[in-house]
Design a binder for this molecule. Structure first.
Ligand code: PRP
Ligand code: URA
Length: 209
């Protein structure tokens, strides 16, 4: 079974409180989602492999470590996942970015796929799939189904807010995908929104409601 890594850093908790607040407007919401993603990226990249190279400091020749491991791809689930790309890219500027387009049908709550464009060498990369919300888990499962069909083998899922049932659904469908989450909330309401949550992440990021 995959691991669930819940963040406990005080800066992450603080910024989450700010994005939960309904009085936080789109500009600040976007900035905070980006900052949160960067802070989470620090944890998501903790297992990157290192190799030793020789360099010359102003004083001497020495051996020192650089990142050696697999190449990285960042895959936002459209739309709301877009808000998390820049924060992680600022830590891994050489990462390629793929996109998976899905929306949750408000009636059936089932994910509807409309777009998928991934880096060509997807099987050689660690793919970091990002979406602020893991609610029923339908969108995350469908997105990861999609990118596995394209050949992806090493996948991590990063979200800001999840509920236990969504985590369970994702773990059962994709037991090889570790889940990084800033906060695990109580429950879903009758419209499958996370409570207390932060509302509709896409609408709050892009000001569409
Ligand atoms: C939101 C969110 C996730 C999905 C989570 O997207 O960004 O993708 O819902 O819900 P689930 O776990 O129940 O599938 P939404 O469908 O609102 O689309 P949007 O990002 O285009 O607004
Ligand atoms: N999607 C959102 O944007 N928010 C939720 O609470 C659940 C799904």
């Amino acid at each position: 079974m995959s691991k669930v890594i819940e963040m406990d850093h005080p800066l992450i908790k603080h910024k989450l409180t700010l994005i939960r607040d309904k009085n936080t407007g789109s500009k600040e919401f976007r900035e905070l989602v980006s900052e949160l993603s960067m802070l989470m990226g620090y944890e998501v990249t903790r297992d990157m492999e290192l190799e030793e190279i020789e360099i010359e400091t102003p004083l001497t020749i020495t051996k020192s470590q650089v990142i050696a491991g697999k190449k990285v791809g960042i895959v936002p689930i459209l739309r709301a996942g877009l808000g998390m790309v820049d924060g992680i890219l600022s830590l891994i500027p050489t990462a390629k970015v793929g996109h998976v387009g899905l929306y949750r049908d408000p009636e059936t709550l089932q994910p509807v796929e409309y777009y998928c464009k991934l880096p060509k060498d997807v099987e050689e990369r660690t793919l970091i799939v990002v979406d602020p919300m893991l609610a029923t888990g339908g969108s995350a499962v469908a997105a990861i189904d999609f990118i596995k069909k394209e050949g992806a083998k090493h996948i991590k899922f990063v979200c800001l807010v999840a509920v236990p049932e969504g985590i369970k659904v994702l773990q059962e469908a994709h037991p090889d995908v570790d889940i990084y989450v800033a906060a695990i909330d109580e429950r879903l309401n009758e419209d499958a929104y996370i409570v207390p949550g932060l509302g509709d992440a896409g609408d709050r990021l892009f000001g569409t409601k």
